[in-house]
Design a binder for this molecule. Structure first.
Ligand code: BYC
Length: 480
């Protein structure tokens, strides 16, 4: 079997030898129609007949793995792609460090692995559901195409997790695979598993913030799972990370273009004060304080995805060799963490303080700290644009205690600098920190579709370069 190039002969493209694995092939072929039904019901609303200029993975070779072409989304080649096996790979951390990586699920870690795979799998269709209506208001064909690219790849990531469930977890894996098609984002009776995936993504600024902040949690979690001693999970996540990079690109450059357009419009109109919201909104662009509030919202929702400050689950998963740290191989320590501590921000006697906790218990926070560092790098790029226009405004990440629903800070109200507020004070000031109804109404009023090739809605600047180096007026989506 050629593990680099993908076999497109069967119904399900793959590089895992599915043709010879009759049991798993049959199970996946049985799951396939349900997936397509889900895509029709919960995937992009409309546009299913449109020809979209999409990239499809044809290989897992890091030097060149994708091909671009016009595809109708329901005909996208969702497939199962694992990064090539590393010969003689060893478990890089935990109590099994140095042992041969597992090619099968170890019995004692079966439940733990299944839970992590199901949680990961659940987020993928959830995000497609959250973004279902955005196509109707896309600010350009370029953006519309990017949305759909993200959507089909999240669909593929669901396939990636379903393959692991079907191949390695027997009948309970099959049940979980069905469950992934049954839960629905935001449904009060059958919600998705993690909080942020039940929130709405009502407009394109939210979409760009989601792909900046929530997809970046995806990157961190996939990096941690890519370290896993369970080799098929590691290989799956490694390939998913290649696709994930584009999702964050869409988010980060999307916000950059919003900020650039706002600054340009302010400069053209001679407005220096970024807080003169009324004047800026008269220009039909999104004022920077509102961009900040959207960042506050999506960053804080994404922080919740790292779980609790002190986590036995995380400690057990690391000890077991099942879930590692961000870039484990670059860390210089014993990779076992039986002794040692990690500083974690906690709520102690009503105050926010750093406390050294056992390193194993603090692993969620270690991953979250790496995440915050990565977010800051992205925000720096937005601020460079604002600086370039000489406008006195900086987008900042809010304090980790701000607007939390999971962990210690979920019991308090804090402002974006981490000052604890009484409930009444919070209620009075909430609209300073988070988008208010009128902010939402204003953004919604801008969400008008622009469908002419090469044209962009007035609140967003064009990208610097096209996808696949296409010219500015390229017809990325042919709407039928
Ligand atoms: N919402 O011990 P703790 C992506 C639960 S995004 C609801 O701290 P742990 C993507 C927790 O389940 C990446 N419940 O938990 C992005 C536990 O419940 P049980 C997705 C939550 O396990 C964009 C209890 O609280 N991948 O790929 O250390 C588009 C105790 O908590 C939440 C993963 O997350 C929450 N936010 O940490 C598309 C990787 N947080 O079991 C895709 C897999 C905690 O006691 N998941 N709880 O009933 C994990 O590694 C971990 O399960 C978590 C939680 C990081 C999520």
């Amino acid at each position: 079997m050629n593990v680099i190039n993908v076999d497109y002969n069967g119904m399900i493209p793959n590089n895992v030898g599915l043709n010879d694995d009759i049991r798993v092939r049959k199970a996946l072929e049985k799951w396939h129609p349900g997936y397509l039904d889900w895509w029709q019901d919960m995937g992009p609303d409309g546009f299913q007949q449109a020809l979209v200029y999409l990239r499809t993975a044809v290989s897992v070779d890091p030097k060149g793995w994708a091909k671009f072409d016009y595809v109708r989304m329901p005909e996208y080649k969702w497939g199962i792609l694992l990064a090539p096996q590393v010969e003689d790979r060893k478990i890089p951390f935990g109590s099994h460090r140095g042992e041969k990586a597992w090619q099968e699920v170890p019995g004692e870690y079966r439940a733990m692995l299944r839970r992590l795979i199901v949680i990961q799998g659940d987020t993928e269709p959830a995000s497609v559901e959250q973004q279902r209506y955005l196509g109707k208001t896309a600010p350009s064909l370029y953006d519309l195409r990017n949305l759909f690219q993200v959507n089909v790849e999240e669909g593929r990531h669901l396939w990636a997790m379903v393959y692991l469930l079907q191949k390695y977890f027997g009948s309970d894996g099959r049940d979980e695979a069905e469950g992934l098609l049954e839960r629905r984002s935001g449904d009060p009776d059958t919600p998705r598993m993690l909080g942020a995936f039940n929130e709405k993504t009502p407009d394109w600024l939210s979409f760009f913030m989601f792909t900046t902040f929530t997809d970046r949690d995806g990157k961190m979690q996939l990096e941690a799972l890519a370290q896993s001693g369970f080799d098929p999970l590691s290989r799956t996540c490694r390939f998913m990370l290649t696709e994930e990079a584009h999702h964050m690109f869409v988010g980060e450059t999307g916000v950059t273009r919003v900020v650039e357009r706002t600054c340009q419009a302010m400069k053209d109109a001679g407005i220096d004060d970024p807080h003169d919201i009324e004047a800026v909104r008269k220009l039909g662009v999104i004022d920077l304080p509102t961009v900040q509030k959207k960042a506050n919202l999506h960053f804080s929702l994404s922080l919740d995805l790292f779980g609790n400050e002190i986590s036995t689950n995380a400690a057990n998963a690391f000890h077991a060799g099942v879930k590692g740290r961000f870039r484990e191989e670059r860390i210089k320590d014993d990779h076992q963490l039986e002794s040692g501590t990690y500083p974690v921000m906690r709520l102690i006697n009503g105050r926010i303080e750093n406390q050294d906790v056992p390193a194993l218990s603090g692993l969620n926070m270690r991953l979250r700290d790496d995440y915050v560092g990565d977010c800051n790098a992205g925000i720096g790029r937005w601020n460079k644009v604002i600086e370039g226009f000489n406008i006195r405004f900086q987008i900042k990440l809010p304090h980790v205690a701000f607007h939390r629903h999971i962990g210690e800070f979920s019991t308090i109200k804090a402002d974006t600098d981490g000052n604890i507020l009484a409930d009444a004070e919070w209620e009075k000031r909430e609209a300073e920190f988070l988008p208010s109804d009128s902010d939402r109404d204003y953004i919604e009023s801008l969400m008008k579709p622009e469908r002419e090739p090469g044209k962009f809605a007035g609140w967003i600047a064009p990208p610097k370069v096209g996808i696949d180096n296409k010219p500015g007026d390229f017809e990325y989506v042919k709407i039928m």
